[in-house]
Write a protein that binds this ligand. Structure first.
Ligand code: ADP
Ligand code: MG
Length: 770
C-alpha cells in the first residue's frame, strides 16, 4: 500500500508537473495569443491609421479631383479592413476555444474509476495507519504516565532519604551534644566532690552548698538518664528508619525491575504490533492485487461476453418481439381455428352420418341380393347334391380278377363314372365324382360352401353312404394324419366365426349320437346305454329336440379333438368289434351354430349334421338269422326310409314319412324344405363289389333327382327395439314368403307357389334349356 501510495503520489506529482507544464504552455500560448492579438491590434491600429490616412488622402484627392478611383481604392481598403477584422474575430474564437478546452475536465475516463478505487483503498489504509498511530500514542502516553509515576516515587524516595539524613544528622548532632554534655558532666562531679570535701570540711555553709549541689547533681543525673532514654529511643528510631529505608530500597528495586520489564514488554508489543501491521498491510495489498487482477480478468471476460452477446441479444429481442406478436394473435387464431375445426368436424360428422345411412341402406340391399343369389345358386345346383367317391384298391381287396378295377372315369366330365358290371358298362351321372387319387382336401373344397352356409343359419346334412369298407369313415373322420370332413368342417367354422367376430357373436356346440337298431344313444353322455327319445318342443313351435342329449360348447380344434376322442372311447369300450359295430350303426356328429348380429339384433341358428351311415350292403340274401337279421332289417329300414323321405320331398308329396325311422325323424328339420343335403356315395372299385357298387350308385342317382323346397334362412325375431329394425327384417325377408313363416315350421314342405317369382323364372329357364 505504501508503495502504491508513493507511486500514486509520484503519479500525482508527475501529473501536477504535467499540469504545471501545461499551464506553462497555456501561459505561453496565451502570451503568444496576447502578443498576436497585440500584433493584430497593432496592425489594426496601423490599418486604422492607414485608413485614416487614406480617408484623408481620399478627401484630399476628392477635394482635388472629386475622383472616382480613390473611391474604388477606398472600397478596396474597406474590404481589406473587414477581412482583417474577421480574421481577428476567428483568432479570438480560437483563443476562447483553447481556453475552454483547458478548463474542461477529463470525463468518462476509464482510469477514473480505477483511480477512485485506489484512492478508496488508500484512504482505508490511511485510516488503518491513523488507528495504529493513535494506538501508538496511547501506548506512549501510558509509558509517559508510568515514567512520571516512577519519577514521583523516586522523588518521594529522595525526599524521604533526605528527611532521614536530616533526622539522622539531627539525631547524631543531638547525640554528640548529649555526649559532650555527658562528658562535660562527667568531668564536673570530680570537681564537685572535691569542693564538697573541702566544703564539708570547711563549713556548714558549705554543707548547704553541698546539699544544693547534690540535689543539682541528682537532677543532672536524672537528666542524663532521661537523655540516655532519649538516645535509646533515638537509636531505636534510627534502626527503624534504616529498616524502612532498606524496605523502600527493595521496593524501589522492585519497581525498577517492574518498570524495566514493562518497558521490555511494551517494546515487544510494539514490535509485534508493528510486524502485525506490516503483515496486515502486505496481506491486504496482495489480496487487493489479486482481487484487482480477478476483477480485471472478469471485466475483460464480461467485455468479450458482452460483445458476443450483443448479436444474440439482438436476435433474441427480435424473436421475442415476433413471439409477442404471435402470442397476441394466438387466441384469435386459436378461436378461428377452433371455429373452423368445429365446423369441419360437424360437417364431417354429418357426412359420416349420411354415409352411414347410405351404407346401411346398401348393406340391407346387399343382404337381400346375396340371399337371392344364394337361393338361386342353390336352386341351380339343386338342394340335394350327390357326390361319388371311389376309394383306391387296397390289400384287403385281395388279388386276382376279383380285385380288378371295375370303375372308370370320363376325362371330360368330372360328374360321370362308368361301372363295368357283368360285362356291361353302366354310366352314372352325379354332381361330382372323386377318383381314388382325390385327396381329403380336394373333397373338402367341394363341401366347404355347404359348411359355411350353416353359419348363415341354414341346416345342412352331409351323409356318407355306401357298403362297408367303401370309405365312409375315411371320408367323414379320416385318419389322424389326414383328417376328414368332420374335423375340417369344424376348423372352417371356427375360422369363419372368427372372421365375422366384429359384427356377430357365435356359439358352436357339438353333440355326438349313434343310432343302432333304431335306438338313439348319446355318445358324449354319462349313460351311453340309455336310449334317448326324440320329442316335440313343448313350446308348441313344432320343433324337435332330444332331451338328455349332451351338447359341448367348443371353441378350438383342441376342444373338438377332445370331444372326438371321448366319443371314440365310448364306442370302443362298449363294443368288442368296432368295425363291425360301426358298419351296422349310424354315427352322427351334430354341430349347432348360433349367431347374433350385434348391429341388427338378428339371431340365426344353423345345424350341420355329419352322418356316417351304416353299411348299405344287402344282408338278407345270404340268409342271415336272429340278431344279424334284425340288424339288417333295421339298417335296410332306416336307409330305405331315408330314401323315401328324400323321394317324398323331391316329389313334393303332402306327406313326408319322416317318422318311419329314427334317423329321418331326428334329421327332419335338416332335411325339409329350407335345408341343404349332401350325399357322399362311397364305392369300392373292386370287381367283387360291383353289384353293391351298382346299388349304391343307383341310390345316388335316385336321390339326386329329388329337389328340396325353396331354401330359406332360419331367421328368428330377436328383441327388436325399433321400427327401423322391423324394416330391416322386412327388407331381409321381403320377397321370400317361405322364409317369412314363423320359426316353428311345420313338417310339410313349402308349396311351389311359395317360391319367389324370380327363382321360379330362373328354374323355368333352366327347364326349357334342358
Ligand atoms: P367304411 O367306413 O365305409 O366301412 P372305411 O372308411 O373304414 O370304410 O375304409 C375301408 C378301408 O379303406 C380303410 O382302411 C380305409 O383306410 C381305406 N380307404 C377308404 N377310402 C380311402 C381313400 N380314399 N384313400 C385311401 N384309403 C381309403
Ligand atoms: Mg365305417
Amino acid at each position: 500500500v505504501m508503495a502504491s501510495v508513493t507511486h500514486l503520489q509520484k503519479d500525482k506529482l508527475r501529473l501536477q508537473e504535467e499540469l504545471l507544464e501545461l499551464q506553462g504552455k497555456l501561459a505561453a500560448q496565451e502570451n503568444n495569443e496576447l502578443s498576436l492579438s497585440l500584433q493584430l491590434q497593432g496592425q489594426v491600429e496601423t490599418l486604422k491609421a492607414k485608413l485614416l490616412e487614406q480617408a484623408q488622402e481620399i478627401s484630399r484627392l476628392r477635394s482635388e479631383l472629386g475622383g472616382t478611383d480613390v473611391e474604388k481604392h477606398r472600397d478596396l481598403l474597406a474590404a481589406e479592413n473587414e477581412r482583417l477584422r474577421q480574421e481577428m474575430k476567428a483568432c479570438e474564437g480560437e483563443l476562447r476555444e483553447l481556453r475552454r478546452q483547458q478548463q474542461a475536465p477529463c470525463r468518462d475516463c476509464p482510469h477514473l474509476q480505477e483511480n477512485a478505487g485506489l484512492q478508496e483503498q488508500l484512504s482505508q489504509l490511511q485510516r488503518e495507519a491513523e488507528e495504529t498511530r493513535a494506538k501508538l500514542v496511547e501506548l506512549d502516553l501510558e509509558v509517559q504516565q508510568k515514567t512520571n509515576r516512577l519519577a514521583e516515587v523516586e522523588l518521594r524516595l529522595k525526599d524521604s532519604l533526605a528527611e532521614r539524613a536530616e533526622e539522622e544528622e539531627r539525631l547524631s548532632r543531638r547525640l554528640r551534644d548529649s555526649q559532650e554534655t555527658i562528658a562535660s558532666l562527667k568531668s564536673q562531679p570530680q570537681q564537685i566532690k572535691y569542693i564538697i570535701k573541702t566544703v564539708e570540711v570547711e563549713s556548714a555553709k558549705a554543707k548547704q552548698a553541698l546539699c544544693e549541689t547534690q540535689s543539682r547533681n541528682q537532677y543532672l543525673q536524672e537528666q542524663v538518664g532521661m537523655q540516655k532514654q532519649v538516645l535509646k529511643e533515638m537509636e531505636q528510631q534510627l534502626q527503624n528508619s534504616q529498616k524502612t529505608e532498606a524496605q523502600l530500597r527493595a521496593q524501589i528495586m522492585m519497581y525498577e525491575a517492574e518498570l524495566e520489564r514493562a518497558h521490555g514488554q511494551m517494546l515487544e508489543e510494539m514490535q509485534a504490533m508493528e510486524e502485525e501491521k506490516n503483515h496486515a498491510i502486505e496481506e491486504a495489498f496482495s489480496r487487493a492485487q489479486v482481487e484487482m487482477k480477478a476483477v480485471h480478468e472478469n471485466l475483460a471476460g464480461v467485455r468479450t461476453n458482452l460483445l458476443t452477446l450483443q448479436p444474440a441479444l439482438r436476435t433474441l429481442t427480435h424473436d421475442y418481439n415476433s413471439l409477442k406478436r404471435q402470442v397476441r394473435d394466438f387466441p384469435l387464431l386459436l378461436q378461428e381455428t377452433l371455429r373452423s375445426a368445429r365446423a369441419e368436424i360437424s360437417q364431417a360428422i354429418e357426412e359420416v352420418h349420411s354415409t352411414n345411412r347410405e351404407l346401411l341402406r346398401k348393406y340391407r340391399r346387399e343382404l337381400q341380393l346375396r340371399k337371392k343369389c344364394h337361393n338361386e345358386l342353390v336352386r341351380l345346383k339343386g338342394n340335394i347334391r350327390v357326390f361319388g367317391r371311389v376309394r383306391p384298391i387296397t390289400k384287403e381287396d385281395g388279388e386276382g380278377p376279383e380285385a380288378a378295377n371295375a370303375v372308370t372315369f370320363d376325362a371330360e366330365d368330372d360328374a360321370v363314372l362308368h361301372l363295368l358290371h357283368k360285362g356291361k358298362q353302366v354310366s352314372f351321372e352325379l354332381d361330382k365324382v372323386f377318383p381314388p387319387q382325390a385327396s381329403q382336401e380336394e373333397v373338402f373344397q367341394e363341401v366347404q360352401a355347404l359348411v359355411t352356409s350353416c353359419i348363415d343359419g341354414y341346416n345342412v346334412c352331409i351323409f356318407a353312404y355306401g357298403q362297408t369298407g367303401a370309405g365312409k369313415t375315411y371320408t367323414m373322420e379320416g385318419t389322424a394324419a389326414n383328417p376328414g370332413i368332420n374335423q375340417r368342417a369344424l376348423q372352417l367354422l371356427f375360422s369363419e366365426v372368427r372372421s365375422k367376430a366384429a359384427d356377430w357373436d357365435y356359439t358352436i356346440t357339438v353333440s355326438a349320437a349313434e343310432i343302432y337298431n333304431e335306438a338313439l344313444r348319446d355318445l358324449l353322455g354319462k349313460e351311453p346305454q340309455e336310449k334317448l327319445e326324440i320329442k316335440l318342443c313343448p313350446d308348441g313351435s313344432g320343433q324337435l329336440y332330444v332331451p338328455g342329449l349332451t351338447e359341448f360348447r367348443v371353441q378350438s380344434v383342441e376342444d373338438i379333438n377332445k370331444v372326438f376322442e371321448f366319443g371314440h372311447i365310448k364306442r370302443v369300450t362298449e363294443c368288442t368289434n368296432l368295425n363291425e359295430h360301426s358298419s351296422r350303426s349310424h354315427a352322427l356328429l351334430i354341430v349347432t351354430v348360433r349367431g347374433l348380429d350385434r348391429s341388427t339384433g338378428l339371431r340365426t341358428t344353423g345345424k350341420l349334421n355329419l352322418v356316417d351311415l351304416a353299411g348299405s350292403e344287402r344282408v338278407g340274401r345270404s340268409g342271415a338269422e336272429g340278431s344279424r337279421l334284425r340288424e339288417a332289417q333295421h339298417i335296410n329300414k332306416s336307409l330305405s326310409a331315408l330314401g323315401d323321405v328324400i323321394y317324398a320331398l323331391r316329389s313334393r308329396q303332402g306327406h313326408v314319412p319322416f317318422r318311419n325311422s329314427k334317423l329321418t325323424y331326428l334329421l327332419q328339420d335338416s332335411l325339409s324344405g329350407d335345408s341343404k343335403t349332401l350325399m357322399m356315395v362311397q364305392v369300392s372299385p373292386a370287381e367283387k363289389n360291383t353289384s353293391e357298387t351298382l346299388c349304391s350308385l343307383k341310390f345316388a342317382e335316385r336321390v339326386r333327382s329329388v329337389e328340396l323346397g325353396p331354401v330359406s334362412r332360419k331367421a328368428e325375431l330377436g328383441s327388436w327395439p325399433s321400427q327401423e329394425h322391423l324394416e330391416v327384417l322386412k327388407t331381409l325377408l321381403g320377397d321370400s314368403p317361405g322364409s317369412a313363416a314363423p320359426p316353428g315350421r311345420g313338417h310339410a314342405s313349402p308349396s311351389p307357389g311359395q317360391l319367389s317369382s324370380r327363382s321360379a323364372s330362373i328354374r323355368r329357364k333352366l327347364q326349357t334349356s334342358g
